[in-house]
Design a protein around this ligand. Structure first.
Ligand SMILES: *Cc1c(COP(=O)(O)O)cnc(C)c1O
Length: 383
């Protein structure tokens, strides 16, 4: 049976298992050796070479989920993205990158690229034209993020892939928010897909990891830089990640269903001024999201009406936790103005829609009736 023909949950459960030949146990054994035989072997294994049994097997699950030939697992999402960037950009090269981007990625570009002599341009917006305008003679890579944080804007993946191909420029995407359950960018022509596996892949807020998926050729190039930078994930955590990913499909489907219900409910809520969710008809790129996503994801943002203090509201929540990260089975909320966008001025924030009233909601697997009740009691407690 071809792995590509398997259903989502079968892939999540079985692809990339390490067979326990010795004891016939049901789950993958964990191989913690940092030293392997070098005589008469096809490959010399070493953790920093990304090729220990647990690492090498789990990449198969990620590659099959992302419809790519190969993948690599890293110690964090930032290890994945920085290694990917440095594999394809050298001194004198130029990167075109979406303006609304994960803060850590922005910091990496702004703080590290000058040291390497790599040039970059942040787009003015997220339309294809904005990307086109930013391209220079020496542009080697276009990097996008969709849905983006925290307003869930949608970038046209197919159009960006086409733009890249027409100019001989590689394209990459941060697919963390959608996860391969809700979006398969390789099918839309993108060259490389990266993930913060800390989020949906891990899914229980207890793992920090990252991944890149692409063709054998590109992954080989990323590996060549990765072995020098040394951002591999410990095999103990690789094993935990494999266990977590068995329920990736189940979790993300449930979370996505919950997010749709809650987005619709919040949209009608008298104390909510605005909801940002690609699944709503009112979302400016709803049709685009519909055309390129399998599901609309489990991340949304909303604004409380003026006069309701968004911080006091979060303090009153009893089930939903205020939390910096996202994508766990538990629902969490945060204020972008105090976290991802805290370094901008009030004017800058207001101009891009990151108001003090805005709350980002990572929807979990709880029963929506309990989440609604929690939100309502927190609003009522504000008086
Ligand atoms: C968290 C995150 C990252 C960075 O991942 P780490 O695992 O924290 O290094 C990158 N992109 C997005 C969209 C994220 O949410």
């Amino acid at each position: 049976m071809s792995k590509k023909e398997l259903g989502l949950n079968t892939i999540c459960t079985h692809v990339g298992e390490v067979k326990d030949e010795q004891f016939k146990g049901a789950v993958s054994p964990m191989y913690l050796s940092s030293s392997y035989e070098f005589l008469d072997v096809d490959v010399v294994r070493y953790p920093r070479y990304f090729n220990t049994p647990n690492q090498a097997h789990l990449t198969q699950k990620i590659a099959v989920l992302e419809h790519t030939e190969a993948a690599l697992i890293f110690a964090s999402g930032m290890a994945a993205i920085s290694t990917m960037f440095l594999a394809f950009l050298k001194q004198g090269d130029h990167l075109v990158v979406q303006n609304t981007l994960y803060g850590g990625t922005v910091n990496f570009i702004k703080e590290e690229f000058p040291k390497y002599g790599i040039e970059y341009t942040f787009t003015n917006g997220y339309s294809v034209d904005d990307f086109k305008k930013a391209i220079q003679k020496n542009t080697k890579l276009i990097h996008i993020e969709t849905p983006s944080n925290p307003l869930m804007t949608i970038t046209d993946i197919k159009a960006i892939a086409k733009l890249g191909k027409s100019k001989g420029i590689l394209t990459s995407i941060d697919n963390t928010f959608a996860s391969p359950v809700n979006q398969k960018p390789m099918d839309l022509g993108i060259d490389m897909v990266m993930h913060s596996a800390t989020k949906y892949f891990g899914g229980h807020s207890d793992i920090c990891a990252g991944a890149v998926a692409s063709s054998e050729e590109h992954i080989k190039r990323i590996f060549n830089v990765g072995k020098n930078l040394g951002g591999n994930l410990s095999d103990m955590t690789v094993w935990m990640l494999e266990r977590s990913m068995k329920t990736l499909g189940l979790r993300v489907k449930a979370q996505t269903k919950n997010a749709m219900k809650l987005a619709k409910w919040l949209d009608k809520h008298p104390k909510v001024a605005k909801v940002y969710y690609p699944g709503l008809n009112s979302h400016p790129e709803h049709q685009l999201a519909k055309s390129q996503m399998i599901g609309y994801g489990a991340m949304l943002s909303f604004e409380l009406i003026a006069g309701l203090d968004s911080i006091q509201f979060q303090k009153q929540l009893k089930l939903i936790k205020s939390s910096m990260s996202l994508a766990g089975v538990e629902s969490t909320m945060l204020s972008p103005y105090l976290t991802s966008h805290s370094l901008l001025t009030q004017e800058e924030r207001d101009s891009i829609g990151i108001t003090d009233q805005l709350i980002r909601f990572s929807v979990g697997i709880e029963n929506t009736k309990d989440l609604k009740k929690d939100i309502n009691q927190a609003i009522e407690a504000l008086g």
